[in-house]
Design a protein. Structure first.
Length: 408
């Protein structure tokens, strides 16, 4: 990446966010240690530092570094809070790993093919320590023809649907599943959230299941065989997932950084897959951000390709507003409205091909879970969801944006 591009993106970050990024490295160089010392010599807003650390889900990595590198400028209360959060995460991780293995085993006994997406297998692959990457839920992919059996197994194991689709008729459920990608479940006894997927879809950017099926890798986790995505498919899925959330949690960019550093994949195969899906600009966006913010080593030819991708630079700049937003206080209504506009514009620009953009606009008219929660219609009147959906969509966006801090 051109030095000016990288330096420009990195220099726009706050001192607190720079410190978060530097302390999240698995290994720090002498140059990075010097940068940390220089930042600590400045005035650090530790409340903001903790907010960013928790928001970006990097607190286990921050504690790992700060507990082994004693800096007199770091308040003891900061290290203490990070220790407490990390210990809680360790306990939760162990519980959720056991739950994941239990569900995978139950599905295997019923001859249901499963793929574990992200989560603990990914943490083990990347960090060699599942507790260094927090996960709030379990993500399991099954094939569409196995969904009915998988749902029954999940529900028989104490999980309740957290989605109003459970109250729809079978025909209505089928219509909804044709244009969506996962169902949410909640186990109140174990306090575990599960997302049951039937496609690898990120706002319409879909990695075909045939591609997934031909590239699966099997690993052992707690004496249970678990299928995970192949190398290039995993990396591209991480890229699509992070990009579709505008990299609002730097945990996702750190995942990409480590995969790129490990280098156990083919750049040629990765770009071929990205080209077949029309997501080259999104892949280049992740390379620009990873190189600029995490100093990820990238081959020269890939650097040149990303440097010449103007759309990737535009997407990276838009995502950086989300990444570097330090204002976590409520904002005025006109700021909230502009935030909604910027967010939808960003998602629209992620769509590279004209048919993808048409599909993106069309999805605004499809029934959503908010529609089902707000109004229950009989099967004969199901078509009215398509009429009501745009209005409910606007109401929900305004309500959610007003309740949360702005992403922009």
């Amino acid at each position: 990446m051109a030095a000016g591009v990288s330096n420009g993106l990195y220099s726009s970050l706050s001192s607190e966010l720079k410190l978060v990024l530097l302390c999240s490295r698995l290994q720090t160089t002498a140059k990075e240690e010097a940068a940390i010392d220089k930042l600590l010599a400045e005035h650090i807003d530790w409340e903001l530092f903790m907010h960013l650390t928790m928001h970006h889900k990097l607190y286990p990595l921050e504690y790992r570094y700060l507990s082994t590198h004693v800096h007199p400028k770091v308040p003891k209360t900061v290290v203490s809070i990070l220790r407490q959060q990390s210990q809680q995460n360790t306990c939760k991780t162990l519980q959720m790993v056991g739950e994941l293995v239990r569900l995978i085993r139950a599905m295997a006994q019923n001859r249901i093919r499963t793929v574990v997406m992200k989560g603990f297998p990914l943490a083990y692959q990347l960090y060699g320590d599942m507790t260094l990457r927090p996960s709030k839920d379990l993500d399991i992919l099954v094939w569409p023809e196995d969904m009915d059996k998988a749902r029954k197994i999940v529900e028989d194991n104490g999980y309740f649907p957290g989605h109003p689709i459970a109250n729809l008729s079978p025909a209505q459920q089928q219509k909804w599943m044709e244009t969506n990608q996962h169902l949410e479940y909640w186990n109140p006894d174990r306090a575990v959230c599960l997302e049951l997927h039937w496609r690898l879809d990120c706002h319409g950017l879909d990695i075909p299941l045939l591609t997934v099926e031909n590239s699966l890798v099997q690993i052992q986790l707690a004496n249970q065989s678990i299928n995970i995505l192949g190398k290039e498919e995993l990396l591209l899925y991480l890229v699509l997932h992070g990009a579709n959330h505008a990299w609002s949690r730097l945990k996702w960019l750190c995942d990409v950084d480590i995969v790129l550093r490990q280098g156990a994949f083919s750049w040629e195969a990765l770009y071929q897959l990205a080209h077949s899906l029309g997501v080259n600009a999104i892949l280049n966006q992740s390379i620009i951000l990873s190189h600029a913010l995490l100093d990820t080593p990238i081959p020269v030819n890939i650097v040149e390709m990303a440097k010449n991708d103007t759309k990737a630079h535009e997407l990276a700049a838009m995502a950086l507003r989300c990444i570097s937003d330090n204002d976590y206080k409520p904002k005025k209504p006109y700021v909230v409205a502009y935030s909604i506009y910027q967010w939808e514009k960003y998602l629209f620009l992620l769509q590279a091909r004209w048919r993808d953009r048409i599909s993106f606009v069309f999805r605004c008219f499809l029934p959503s879970k908010e529609d089902f929660r707000m109004i229950s219609l009989p099967e004969k009147l199901y078509f009215l969801y398509y009429v009501l959906s745009p209005f409910i969509w606007v109401c929900c966006r305004v309500r959610n944006a007003a309740r949360k801090r702005s992403l922009w």
